[in-house]
Design a protein around this ligand. Structure first.
Ligand SMILES: Cc1ncc(COP(=O)(O)O)c(C=O)c1O
Length: 380
């Protein structure tokens, strides 16, 4: 079956739930045993729950994976994956990435002996040198948040495997609708389902999908042992959101690309960072490994922080807020909002400067969105 059909049906069997077309919310902590030493398919909701099972099966099938896991948040998913490693193991991480992942690696895992080394994963020679020193995994984000740089998933996964390291990809920005990392050799896909997968800004959630049975066993064990799983109500909402994932992604993609093209011509805009533009230095890679560009991108305004703040305060349809991937358009200032926990020196080195603005373009009318930005730029 194809993506749109799987998004509506995968993992969902009305026959198992009194014919209920929507998988019900199994709001129960525990399940009755059939007799002594004879549990049913579920015994306790931390270990497994029918609503979560439906979501996990659906997530696995959309990512072309054998095994899916649903977590309480994207960070719970990341934490569970990182707990697979031992003290003394290194994780090689792309040098520009989501600030919450950076904080988790630096403020939680480093003093447990799991050390992140930051490498520009666009530079295969640099990655090869680091892999030779030994590493448990390479952690990839593509596109990166918020600079929209890309990593060649196939090349990085192949190089990681040559040195016995796992390749892990955070696929939050594109969702499986536009990018399937497991097909390109990546071992573990991670998501914040809070974003496009749920798509309605009403849940925080996370996911992991893998193909390898031994990896799945380890992640399932950790999910249960650490209790990082998602609750049934959130699983229900994410399952409902997924049904329209394909339609939403098409609309996000169309609106964002149209706005990026217009902004590129605007005299008050210094640069637009969007992999769908010919001006993006990795546009060719984008067309090769992604089937669309998603709805999130960044741009630099002329006039530095002052002009950026005027724009952020001047919009009316865009909402000034963190997060991305919902049906409504959001706008934010990475330096003072999503990336405020990263030291100023590191931000500057990465190129996350005060003139940078990130937008998550929603599914409203594209002309209304552009008029909103143009109006705010006029007043800026
Ligand atoms: C790329 C990326 N990964 C992971 C996360 C963390 O997800 P959550 O907020 O659901 O814990 C985020 C959140 O913004 C994100 O943008």
């Amino acid at each position: 079956m194809r993506f749109k059909t799987l998004a509506v049906h995968a993992g969902q069997c009305p026959g198992e739930h009194y014919g209920a077309v929507m998988t019900p919310i199994y709001q129960t902590s525990t399940f009755a045993f059939r007799g002594v030493d004879r549990p049913g398919p579920f015994d306790y909701s931390r270990s497994g729950n029918p609503t979560r099972k439906a979501l996990e099966t659906c997530l696995a099938s959309l990512e072309d994976g054998g095994f899916g896991f649903a977590f309480a948040t994207g960070m719970a998913a990341e934490t569970t994956v990182l707990m697979m490693f031992q003290a003394g193991q290194r994780v090689l991480v792309h040098s520009d990435l989501y600030a919450g992942t950076y904080r988790l690696l630096e403020a939680v895992f480093r003093d447990k002996g799991i050390a992140a080394e930051y490498v520009d994963l666009r530079d295969m020679a640099a990655l090869g040198r680091e892999l030779k020193e030994g590493a448990g995994a390479v952690w990839i984000e593509s596109p990166t948040n918020p600079l929209m740089n890309l990593v060649d998933l196939e090349a990085v996964a192949a190089l990681a495997h040559r040195y016995g390291a796992l390749a892990i990809c955070d696929n939050t920005f594109l969702s499986p609708y536009f990018q399937r990392p497991l097909r390109m050799g990546v071992d573990i896909v991670v998501h914040s389902t809070t974003k496009y997968i749920n798509g309605h800004s009403d849940v925080v959630g996370g996911a992991v999908v893998v193909n390898d049975a031994a990896l799945a066993e380890r992640i399932g064990f950790l999910q249960n042992a650490m209790g990082t799983c998602a609750g049934p109500q959130d699983c229900f909402l994410v399952l409902r959101g997924i049904k329209t994932l394909a339609l939403r992604m098409e609309e996000h993609n169309r609106n964002a690309l149209a706005i990026a093209r217009k902004l590129e011509q605007h005299p008050k805009i210094a640069a637009v960072l969007h992999p769908g533009l010919d001006s993006h230095p990795q546009h060719e890679l984008a067309t090769r490994q992604m089937s669309g560009y998603g709805g999130t991108f960044s741009f630099r305004v002329r006039g530095g922080q002052e002009a950026a703040f005027c724009l952020l305060e001047g919009v009316r349809t865009f909402t000034l807020a963190e997060s991305l991937g919902g049906v409504e358009s959001l706008i934010e200032h990475p330096v003072t909002m999503t990336h405020a926990s990263v030291e100023p020196g590191t931000l500057a080195r990465m190129g996350i400067t005060p003139d940078l603005i990130r937008v998550s373009v929603g599914i409203e009318d594209g002309e209304d969105l552009m008029a909103d930005l143009e109006g705010a730029l006029e007043r800026a």
